[in-house]
Write a protein that binds this ligand. Structure first.
Ligand SMILES: Cc1cc2nc3c(=O)[nH]c(=O)nc-3n(C[C@H](O)[C@H](O)[C@H](O)COP(=O)(O)OP(=O)(O)OC[C@H]3O[C@@H](n4cnc5c(N)ncnc54)[C@H](O)[C@@H]3O)c2cc1C
Length: 441
């Protein structure tokens, strides 16, 4: 079923391309492919079509559709959304340029004269404004322009939706090739309905439906370290929620100061059908507000669980877990899960100092049950009798001599992840056996 859904969008876009081709060949003035001028019009229309299809694909990538997300993982889909978002403006800009060049050539007027004339066409001005609204957030996403807070950058996406809304009228009113062909129009409308239905369900209706079903509530809040606290969430019939160790969910706490934001947090303890535990480090505005103001009894709207960083990735019967700082959260629940499956598991846990170690007692208790061992590696704790410094190839090899027999699960700060991944590869571990969770979407 998932594969059928997966095929629908490419089939729809492919069909639109076929319609575009035949409409160009059978244009009233003769095939647009027969001279350079006609080619400008054909390519201009194609650019518009690809831009619109690209934006629809963008929306689909972040729709959190359950037929799409488990196949690739939300992090990969979000990354594909970011990267493809940087290419679409090219098509958006080429579309008016090529169309204007074609009409300027036909009318024997300058590009600017023709451009001004085109702006007077029905819906074109609105579409132009739409393009500017779409390009704004894209520019804000470029590395050199990343001076805005996450919330401001994220809110700028609302302009994108508004811009897309403005451009839709233009496609349907002016896109002669779409309107002139009922099959083309049907396919195009169907693509919109498909994408928007997925988006509305995945992002809005499903979390509300889950809340109605489970009534998620904060049961208790427990400090773990000075900077990390665990939020224990309970709810009706929680056992029916398909939550797995290693996954994460976007949490929207329903209380003053929280409602407007949903943030991702990993499940930090193996789900037991009664509780979902999330452990949150104070890092910025939202997480600080959680630490200071969240109280037991607060309702929680949960979008998820999401993610493919689960025990299913471990094909053998041994695992190596490598965590840095708060990156322990998905790995602590995975360690518990591996233990329950009888899979041997070693955890290398890097922190600055002892006070930063999260779940120290819990990990020790897990060790006592057998089949699991933990090595703490501290970088700034001079009196520490254990491993001091950073995790490198030599240390991994020494602490886990049978590392080559294990699937590796990594979570921590991005520079640490990159260094550890490089170390594992240098030791000969295949990339396909290295799995990681990145704490950024
Ligand atoms: C898959 C995943 C799992 C995570 N699990 C945990 C966890 O178990 N425990 C934990 O303490 N932290 C976890 N995080 C990180 C956590 O989401 C951020 O620390 C938190 O959102 C920061 O919000 P802030 O407003 O306090 O800080 P800010 O200073 O506003 O944000 C710091 C950074 O966090 C990221 N971020 C902020 N808001 C969001 C958002 N709404 N959606 C996505 N990313 C955002 C951005 O990269 C931003 O630059 C996880 C992140 C991801 C993507």
């Amino acid at each position: 079923m998932k594969k059928i859904f997966l095929a629908l969008f490419p089939i729809g876009v492919g069909a639109a391309m076929v319609f575009w081709y035949f409409d160009c060949v059978n244009a009233p003035m003769g095939s647009l492919f027969s001279d350079a001028s006609g080619l400008l019009l054909a390519l201009g229309r194609l650019a518009g079509l690809l831009a619109a299809a690209g934006i629809l694909a963008q929306l689909l990538l972040v729709s959190r559709a359950k037929w799409l997300e488990p196949l690739f993982g939300l992090d990969h889909l979000t990354r594909a959304h970011h990267l493809s978002g940087l290419v679409i403006p090219l098509a958006l800009v080429l579309h008016p340029i090529l169309i204007t060049m074609y009409h300027a050539g036909q009318g024997g007027v300058s590009f600017m004269t023709q451009f001004r004339a085109i702006l007077g066409w029905e819906d074109t001005l609105a579409a132009g404004a739409g393009v500017l609204l779409i390009i704004g957030p894209v520019i804000m996403s470029l590395p050199f322009a990343r001076r805005f807070s996450y919330e401001i950058w994220h809110s700028s996406h609302l302009f994108l939706y508004a811009g897309f809304g403005l451009a839709v009228g233009h496609q349907l009113e002016l896109g002669g090739d779409i309107n002139g062909n009922p099959y083309f129009a049907g396919t195009w409308y169907a693509l919109y309905v498909f994408v928007l239905a997925n988006l509305l369900w995945g992002r809005v209706l499903k979390p509300l439906w889950l809340y109605r079903r489970h009534r998620f509530t904060v049961e208790k809040i427990m400090p773990e370290t000075t900077e990390v606290e665990s939020i224990w969430v309970t709810g009706r019939g929680l056992a029916a929620l398909p939550a797995e160790s290693g996954q994460f969910a976007l949490l929207r706490f329903w209380g003053p100061g929280f409602r407007t934001q949903a943030h991702p947090f990993s499940i930090s303890r193996m789900p037991d059908g009664k509780y979902l535990r999330f452990s949150i480090k104070k890092l910025g505005d939202f997480t600080a507000a959680v630490h200071h103001s969240l109280r037991p009894g607060a309702p929680v709207i949960i979008d998820g669980p999401h993610g493919v960083f689960t025990e299913k990735k471990c094909l053998g019967d041994k695992a190596l877990l490598i965590a840095g700082g708060i990156g322990i959260t998905p790995l602590s629940s995975l360690a518990e899960r591996f233990q329950s499956l009888g899979k041997n598991c070693v955890l290398l846990y890097a922190n600055r100092s002892q006070k930063d170690i999260v779940f120290r007692r819990e990990l020790r208790e897990l060790e006592q049950k057998g089949g699991f061992s933990v090595h703490h590696v501290l970088s700034s704790e001079p009196g520490w009798p254990g491993e001091k410094g950073y995790l490198d190839a030599e240390r991994i090899k020494r602490l886990v001599p049978d590392f080559a027999e294990r699937d590796a699960f990594l979570c921590g700060p991005p520079p640490m992840l990159a260094a550890v991944k490089a170390s594992l590869i240098s030791l000969g571990l295949s990339k396909t056996r290295i799995h990681f969770e990145i704490f950024s979407l």
